[in-house]
Design a protein around this ligand. Structure first.
Ligand code: AMP
Ligand code: GLY
Length: 420
């Protein structure tokens, strides 16, 4: 089949690599892609949140399957437009994508589905939100409802801090429209894990678990980033646990969305907290996670094209057990110095042809006069498989040290002490 992949990050490079090695896939097109994806797929240039342009491209390349990577086109309804035109699409429509696009919506779905999550109150104005604080102890979380570039969640350690957070979101409008509504919720404690569920709108199938590292510096210090590394699987979330969570978390949510007339066809990302009282949901995303995907997909031996097409066509139940490489995967992100603040771009990248036994996924790269250069905050993600996490770390860090660019920053402690 011919697959059109939408997106241009490390996640999409990992998706493209898994699609290219799928026996069912003849040709992969990618819009807009990056130089790494360009080595294995045919790049096309469009505005990926413009449904009309995506539809035109899908027709032009005669796509048998369209796979949408990032949340922005999903929330913008690109999948709906393609599906209405008769294309098989992996990625939810705008209504179901609210599971990521609106935290209040996600909470309401979880409440209806009986899924365990932090107790919450959704508020449309600051007076209601200030009142709501009285329902919680001093440790409380204040969240902008909409998508706020990963910055809309404020963990508060006193009601004074929470009042400041509410004022920042609702009065100063620090996150714009995303903060027109807030969710105030109980603070949970425990290690976190990510679990991805494939769904065709009815059936769910878990992928192996992973954990990401969001802070920029070792020991979880410094600012939040888009993700500095990941590993898979998380020992505490083994296959048996993943299957159990498919029954207790994913299936009820997928059923509830279907009941509301908004079937979720795509990848349901559950952000989990392993609390002292059990596994509880922190959040859902409507797409593959980055950089967890770069750790998970290199372990997938099944034909990804066939699996995603089965989801798009509502017949995931026909697909047998996924074939997963039992080895551990460790992914380390190479970032530009200064990220997530200001950083330089256009810096030459060297050493890529001297690394061994790793997959190198491009994120923020470009080519200038035939030379690969940096273009974004997160530049590359490097993944190694090993017979233990320790083995995988050794291989991956050899490569991390071989690849060079001015100001290169990588965390040294990815998967060093698996917390669960
Ligand atoms: P989210 O954007 O909802 O994933 O939140 C970002 C991060 O904030 C999560 O990965 C958690 O580390 C943290 N967080 C969110 N909600 C809670 C909560 N109720 N209790 C504790 N930590 C939370
Ligand atoms: N790794 C976090 C995310 O993809 O949202």
């Amino acid at each position: 089949m011919r697959v059109l992949l939408i997106g241009s990050g490390g996640r999409e490079h990992a998706l493209a690599a898994a699609l290219v090695r799928s026996p069912s896939v003849e040709h992969v097109f990618c819009a807009n892609g990056n130089p790494g994806i360009g080595e294995i797929a045919e790049l096309k240039c469009i505005n990926e949140v413009d449904a009309g342009q995506v539809l035109e491209l899908a027709r032009e390349v005669h796509a048998d399957l369209v796979v949408i990577g990032p949340e922005a086109p999903l929330v913008a309804g690109v999948a709906d437009r393609l599906r209405d035109a008769g294309f098989a699409v992996f990625g939810p429509g705008a209504a179901a994508a609210q599971i990521e696009g609106s935290k209040a919506f996600a909470k309401d779905v979880m409440a209806s589905a009986g899924v365990d999550t932090a107790r919450y109150i959704a508020c449309d104005d600051i007076e209601t939100a200030l009142d709501a604080l009285h329902e919680f102890d001093e440790q409380v979380v204040v969240k902008a409802d909409g998508i706020a570039a990963g910055k809309g969640v404020l963990l508060c350690h006193s009601h004074d801090e929470a009042r400041d957070a509410l004022s920042l979101i609702m009065e100063d409008e620090a996150f714009g429209e995303a903060g027109a509504r807030v969710v105030v919720e109980e603070m949970m404690t425990g290690p976190e894990a990510s679990l991805f569920f494939l769904s065709d709108g009815k059936t769910v199938k878990p992928l192996p678990s992973a954990q990401d590292f969001k802070r920029v510096f070792d020991g979880d210090q410094g600012l939040n980033t888009g993700g500095m590394g990941a590993y898979s699987p998380v020992p505490a979330v083994d296959d048996a646990m993943a299957n159990e969570l498919a029954t207790t978390i994913a299936q009820p949510v997928i059923d509830e969305l279907a009941r509301r007339g908004m079937p979720f066809i795509g990848l349901l990302y559950a952000g989990l907290m392993l609390t002292p009282t059990g596994v509880r949901v922190v959040e859902f995303n409507c797409r593959f996670g980055d950089p967890e995907t770069q750790a998970i997909l290199p372990r997938l031996r099944s034909d990804l094209g066939e699996v995603l097409l089965a989801c798009a066509q509502g017949r995931l139940d026909e697909i047998g057990d996924l074939d997963i490489d039992p080895r551990d995967a460790v992914t380390v992100v190479l970032a530009s110095g200064g990220y997530p603040g200001d950083y330089r771009t256009g810096l030459p990248i060297t050493g890529l042809n001297q690394v061994h036994n790793v997959a190198v996924f491009h994120a923020g790269t470009a080519t200038k006069d035939g030379q690969l250069v940096t273009k974004g905050g997160r530049v590359l993600a490097v993944t190694a498989l090993g017979s233990s996490i320790r083995d995988a770390r050794e291989t991956v860090y050899d490569a991390v040290d071989t690849i060079q660019f001015d100001g290169k920053h990588a965390r040294r402690d990815i998967a060093e002490y698996p917390t669960v």
